[in-house]
Design a binder for this molecule. Structure first.
Ligand SMILES: NC(=O)c1ccc[n+]([C@@H]2O[C@H](COP(=O)([O-])OP(=O)(O)OC[C@H]3O[C@@H](n4cnc5c(N)ncnc54)[C@H](O)[C@@H]3O)[C@@H](O)[C@H]2O)c1
Length: 445
């Protein structure tokens, strides 16, 4: 049996059944995209709540439209399940599970490992498996390949590129960016063999306008890390310059605006209260960890991590200065953090620097509240348990806080009202000046 031709044929006819493992920010848009292109999709997740919400045709992510999910469910093109035995029904399996760091800031591969072991249990000949989770170079071939070559579902060994196909294709989702969607962001693909690459490219070409083949899974894994390390290092650079220029009485925001008029050789990055999100604060350390195996220490990554990790502490130092100049101390001061999501217009607070700010301020006995239109309460996380709910933002409540600490610059906030009612403002995003709201009660951090 020629499994490659058989799979290519099914993909061409849109009759290949696609399984997506991990229905989060990455997996869910992919599942929808395939089902809207007429593929039958089974979504696998271990979270029963998500499965229930999705099967009732609703979304649990703000920027993912419920209507599309409802259409896919009603058309019987998509359903979600935690019954992994259904993996045998699929022709292509795409893995989008989390890759966080553990307490020692080392890769936590538990989710990928668990998923790989489940696939090993159900894999059958003729299947394609693609890993999308961000990870260190070598993961696909060192961690996944040996398991699938020795399936628990068969007494035979499976040969990659003949009996099954394996590839790595990193996700490049930019949540809530209206200019780019899953289907319009070019996708890099590296296969274990040439045939793996060919089959995977055919599959993604069905939903993505441009795929970019690279020579190996390692090159594809490294590409994703380069992209995120590039951001982390450049953000660290402007964060460092922000602190230096501030001492010199120079506004970093004005300098960046001027520098970006250079039509070549300069990309603008902006300072902020620290790094957030599932990617930039985490992914670079996947490479640092792996590099140690080769006796190399990744100095840029470590330095950028150090500078970016320091930012919430810097913001609190500025906050103390602002209070001091007004004859107050941080202890017992009422501080309102506006914006708790890790970036504007999303409802995602993973690794958000606002959480670190709350922790530091609590330790210094400030009285902290927060407001975020997208996050009504702060759920318990591995690291934090604040038991806080978003306050309602009115002129009256705003006036009761000594300082409004603007941490996330959501578009739909009434900045005029915040300015009118606040006693003092510490702006970490330069949003007030960008809105032409300038006054001596606004400070920057
Ligand atoms: N969020 C982004 O913008 C983004 C962008 C690019 C890359 N990535 C990468 O993609 C991967 C997934 O990220 P995400 O943001 O979608 O994470 P997420 O937490 O939103 O979603 C992951 C999903 O996987 C599920 N899951 C965990 N273990 C599972 C298992 N064993 N079997 C089945 N499901 C399981 C979780 O319940 C969750 O629903 C990560 O490696 C991340 O670094 C994320």
């Amino acid at each position: 049996m020629n499994y490659k031709d058989d799979l290519l044929n099914k993909i061409k006819l849109n009759s290949a059944k696609v399984g997506i493992i991990g229905l989060g920010y990455v997996g869910l848009p992919l599942a929808i995209e395939f089902s809207l292109k007429d593929f039958n999709v089974i979504g696998f997740d271990i979270d029963p709540k998500k499965i229930q919400i999705l099967n009732s045709g609703r979304s649990f992510i703000k920027h993912i439209d419920s209507k599309k999910i409802l259409t896919a469910v009603n058309d019987k093109k998509f359903f979600a399940t935690n019954d992994f035995s259904k993996l045998v029904e699929t022709d292509a399996v795409i893995v989008c599970v989390p890759t966080p760091l553990n307490e020692n800031r080392e890769p936590d591969m538990t989710f990928v490992k668990n998923t790989a072991e489940v696939i090993q249990k159900y894999i059958r000949k003729g299947q394609l498996i693609t890993l999308e989770s961000t990870t260190y170079p070598g993961t696909t071939e060192e961690l996944l390949l040996p398991l699938f070559e020795n399936p628990l579902s068969s007494h035979e060994k499976f040969l990659v590129g003949k009996d099954f196909f394996l590839a790595f294709s990193p996700e490049r989702e930019d949540p809530n960016n209206p200019d780019f969607t899953t289907s319009t962001i070019p996708k890099v693909i590296g296969g274990v063999t040439k045939d793996c690459l060919e089959v995977t490219s055919e599959l993604y070409n069905k939903i993505i306008t441009r795929t970019i083949p690279v020579s190996s899974t390692r090159a594809a894994e490294a590409t994703k890390l380069l992209e995120n390390i590039y951001r982390s290092v450049n953000i660290a650079l402007v964060n460092e310059l922000k602190m230096v220029f501030d001492k010199m009485g120079i506004d970093i925001w004005e300098v960046i605006d001027a520098a970006k008029t250079k039509p070549f050789g300069f990309n603008a990055f902006y300072p902020g209260p620290g790094l957030g999100g599932h990617c930039i604060p985490i992914d670079p350390f996947y490479l640092s960890w792996k590099a140690k195996e080769f006796d190399i220490s990744t100095k840029f990554i470590e330095l950028a991590g150090e500078i970016n990790t320091y930012q919430p502490y810097y913001v609190v130092e500025k906050l103390i200065d602002v209070l001091n100049t007004n004859g107050r101390s941080l202890k017992d001061s009422k501080i309102l953090i506006v914006g708790i999501a890790y970036k504007k217009n999303v409802d995602d607070l993973r690794e958000s620097p606002s959480l670190k700010l709350i922790e530091i301020l609590n330790k210094k006995y400030a009285k902290v509240d927060y407001y975020d239109p997208y996050i009504p309460e702060i759920p318990k996380t591995r690291k934090y348990d604040f038991d806080l709910k978003s306050i309602s933002l009115t002129e009256n409540t705003l006036s009761k806080y000594e300082v409004i600490l603007l941490s996330t610059d959501h578009d739909n906030l009434d900045y005029e009202m915040i300015h009118r009612s606040a006693n003092l403002i510490l702006d970490t995003r330069n949003i007030f000046e960008r809105k032409n709201i300038i006054s001596d009660k606004i400070f920057k951090a």
